[in-house]
Design a protein around this ligand. Structure first.
Ligand code: R5P
Length: 279
């Protein structure tokens, strides 16, 4: 039995179409701006699906209120499926006085939820902050399926070493070569990239990352690949956290841009709902 929050409404039809049963939930706002949640019906075991893209804090509060409502109704086992987990990039203290925000979010969710499932967490090691069962689902199957034919005998690349496991997971499904760029971040908006160690001349290339924000990383990588003689350049990411104008900028720099539907955007062409329903 599923409950779908307002951050996952865009997934509801597909969840139902693939056989998921969804309890009705009323979610609205009090005149002072606070959230109101009411869930109709119940079950012993409930999975709440809520992606926590912007407005992140509002979606997080809903996730907590839905859980409280369900516990109040006597639900025994509660799972949170959070396709995009807000604050996941704030995974360490960089200046004195800062929180480890992803830890704070996971500990808060653990007050209510027995299990947590996320999609392609920025730093999978941070799942250890959730004391119950915590699972990082991979979008690799869905991305490989979407781009497989277009890529042909191409290459799959990660924009940096840290994302290599993402490129590897997609490439291995397609039986293709994979590698990564060397990326140095100079400021939040400026990155410097060095060429990869594979020959991309005349080949189609898919660049895979977890997040696209400003698009700077992908655009630099795509331009570099063009200079290196790549044929078609495709870009895929799990989470399209697009800053203003980023979709257009990336789309203009590549042959195709596609992200998954952990966040609803005009280029969320790859569905992760089958991954969610396998739980
Ligand atoms: C960084 O470590 C992430 O994995 C992404 O590479 C980054 O968030 C992309 O940001 P942008 O699109 O602004 O270059």
């Amino acid at each position: 039995m599923f409950v779908v929050g307002s951050g996952a409404r865009h997934l509801e039809d597909e969840i139902k179409a693939l056989g998921g049963e969804v309890l009705d939930a009323e979610i609205k706002r009090f005149p002072d701006g606070e959230k109101y949640v009411r869930i109709m019906g119940s079950s012993k075991d409930v999975t709440v699906v809520q992606s926590t893209f912007a407005p992140q804090d509002e979606h997080l509060i809903e996730l907590i209120l839905m859980a409280d409502a369900l516990r109040e109704r006597g639900v025994q086992k509660l799972r949170a499926v959070v396709p995009y987990l807000a604050y996941s990039r704030q995974d360490r203290v960089t200046k004195d006085g800062e929180p480890v925000s992803v830890r704070a979010v996971m500990r808060t969710l653990a007050v209510y939820y027995d299990e947590l499932y996320v999609l392609d967490l920025h730093n999978p090691e941070t799942l250890r902050f959730f004391p119950g069962k915590a699972v990082n689902l991979s979008p690799a199957r869905a991305i490989a399926e979407y781009f497989g034919e277009k890529l042909g005998e191409g290459v799959v690349l990660a924009p940096d070493k840290g994302a290599l496991m993402r490129a590897k997971a997609v490439a291995e499904r397609l039986g293709l070569e994979y590698s990564h760029f060397h990326k140095v971040r100079i400021s939040p908006t400026e990155v410097q990239m060095k060429p990869v160690d594979v020959d991309v001349r005349g080949k189609n290339v898919l660049i895979v990352d977890d997040i696209i924000s400003t698009g700077g990383t992908m655009i630099r990588a795509a331009n570099l690949l063009r200079d290196m003689g790549a044929e078609k350049v495709f870009v895929a990411a799990t989470h399209g956290v697009f800053a203003e104008g980023a979709i257009e900028k990336v789309s203009n720099a590549v042959d195709e841009l596609a992200v998954t539907n952990t966040i609803p955007t005009p280029v969320s062409k790859i569905s992760v709902v089958p991954e969610i329903l396998k739980l």
